[in-house]
Design a protein around this ligand. Sequence first.
Ligand code: BGC
Length: 885
Amino acid sequence: MTAAALPPSPPLSSPSLSKVSPSPWHTGDRSFLDADVDALLAQLTRTEKITMLAGADWWHTVPVPRLNIPGVKMSDGPNGARGASFAEQTAGIALPCETALAATFNTDLVHAAGSLLAREAKDRGAVALLAPTINIQRSPLGGRSFESFTEDPILSGILATAYINGLQENGVSAVLKHYVANDIEHERTAVSSEVSERALREVYLRPFQIAVADSNPLAIMSSYNRVNGEHVSESKELLDGVLRKQWGWDGLVMSDWFGTYSVDTAIKAGQDLEVGILRKWHPAPADITPQMPGTAKWRTPYLVEHLLAARKISERDIDACVRNVLVWAQRTARMSPETVYGDDIEVTNDRPEDRVFLRELGAKSNVLLKNENKALPLTNVKRVAVIGPRALDKTCFGGGSAQLNCSYVVTVLEGIKQVAPEGVSVEYSLGTSSHKMLPYLDGIVRDDGVAGADMRLYTTLAPGAPVVHHYRREASHVLLNDGVPDSLQGKNWFAVMSGTWTAPITGAYEFSLAVCGRAKLYVDGQLVVDNWDVLQTPGETFFGHGTSEEFGRLDVVAGKEYSIRAEFSNIPGVMKDAPDVGQICNFGLRIGGFPVVDKDAAIEAAVALAKDVDAVVVAVGLSPDWESESYDRASLVLPQRTNELVARVAAANPRTVVAVQSGSAVSMPWVDDVAAVVQAWYGGNASGLALADVLFGNVNPSARLPITFPVREEDIAAHGNFRSANGKVLYSEDLAVGYKWFLERKLTPLFPFGHGLSYSTFGYSGVEVSRTDETTVEYSVAVTNTGDVAGSHSVQVYLSSPVSNLAHPVRHLAGIATTGILAPGTSERVVVKVTRRELAHWDDLLHSWSIENGKWKVFVSDDALSAEQLVHKFDVRGRHEWSGL
Ligand code: BGC
């Protein structure tokens, strides 16, 4: 795809922002780049060292100006670089979520995504990206499943390697997360993942091991949870034993934010850096220096010195951690000296080539799940109806720390309108709403005329009070984790979120307010929602610290402007049954709004439209409110009346195509009744364009499912053992995660792992086998495009182990390889290499990797479950045992 072939780029929804916070500690002296780390360590005072054991603020390590040691700036996260503030976010690129990246089954594309993320991180002044997330999608219901690549450990490791290499070759340190077995959100800081030694090694540690071996991430984030009773952040065995001793890795271990639960135990286990600091904020004030200790929660001079005196830790333990911080700082400084020594400026860059890439990446991640009677691509159509709640929705990622201020978003409706060939008319109908919470208020603008809301902080709400700080928010919500000015720390303070809102309809409009603190919402001076003087109800908002939504209605007139004013205070509200959820969030405010919908009439209108047109695209799915960090999904069912809408539209129009936006699997009870289904994930900035390219055939789909789509929750391997119960979750399925469970139980999924259709067909021929040693076999396969549309194809190679007295998965993925775009009738050879790593199982008697002797079978297959095409058999003999990489 070339830039010239594209419709014009949509305008930026917000202008380039830039923040300047001159760094007080950089003197221009770059001696640190060549400094001897041990010599530096020897020059640090004990107080300086203790201070360096924790972050300087939410997003920086502690600099030491007198020794020219810079602070390292980090940014979330897996699908974009948000920059150093939740409260005031510099606009940036949102890539497709990680499940979508995985669906490309294309390591070159994932590598390119990593390279783009490196540029984005540096545009935000950061040299470390808190990514990728490589936890295993044990269940699609996991709140953060969208943030992880896949249910398969080997695929996860391969993709993580590509992503990390893309990042680190371009000067940005990966922070691989969350180590390890952090696969649910329920009671996430307490829950113990009860997992067998084999499953821990073969499933949950394995992607980390592959990534460490093949891409050497410079940092790893320890997870919130426990494994078999012990917090990972305090596990000498997992941090020091596995990472450092067995795998020989010498990077930095940082905590998850507030994921430190002790002083001496965590330090001795090898958790080098405590991160998630309450007190400081960005832009970094000049007082962040080692002379201002006390920002950490645990690693304060007082506590650390106390424990030194009690001989619970030694100076050596501290030195070991600080050394790793210094080494990491030096490595990142060497990779990107201009950024590390820069002025921490955050900019937005909107490059035409990135727009082209994002669109291509998005299209190549859309999985064509079903396509009957050539319903797709949408040719020979004059009128197309776009129906459904996701068509207008601007959120293009999952919730929590993966969220960012997206520089632009092309919605499904806009994308289809832009890409539809001339002469095709596109009409829209809502059909049903599908939000869990009312969406952010659409149509609100700030004082400067830009879409979003102003947020002004005060010491009092008395008229005329001076503004302490003014945030310009891109939407009607704010999370003030890292955003409270020093002068307000520890005090009661107030804020007003305001804007001018133009009503989109005439009739009843519903508003809502959720808060971490207390708040009231006024529309044109009229109190509409009170979440201040009430007994607050705990909700899932603000990482589980906030209230549920409170609602209020108002009759509004289309096109009329209304003033919006939400008064806020950090004084905690009175909450019944306040949850015990840890400390990640301080304060937050969220204004929602949506027209009051007559639900029956909305479906009837959509069905009437569907009857009248040549084809229908129903855009359905989830959103960051359904799939988010800090809570899990309750079910696979699509929200509200989505299923009813799809079924009724399908009955009205035989050419009904369903596009699903979600980060993981959903159930599809209507699947037999619709003509086509595209899994579009959360597609980032270019979501709508990417989907439209697939729908109209500009791009021939080539993506494949990196997860199994089950028919029902009961078929998920983790079913019945998914929530934390008494602080534990039992990994009872053991090795049989994802498709391995379906194979073992002979269950039929909705769509299997690896499945994905194309507008063309492909065939394999001429398998060549080359065996270089007992445990290394290389397969070369010719892939031919046997259809009449150009396209690419991914080859999946699976292995079956010899029968032995140990149980093994029926079959497991050994590797993938993807062709370039093949013209009809042309072929390309691809190579998949099987090494001892793909053959190994963990022997829990020997506590080492081992390989079964006997006959191994190798298959090429179009998905994990369908008929195998046997490629080869080979014998392994002799002892193969090792415990390292
Ligand atoms: C998440 C991490 C994230 C960090 C910083 C935590 O809540 O678990 O993945 O990087 O916050 O936002």
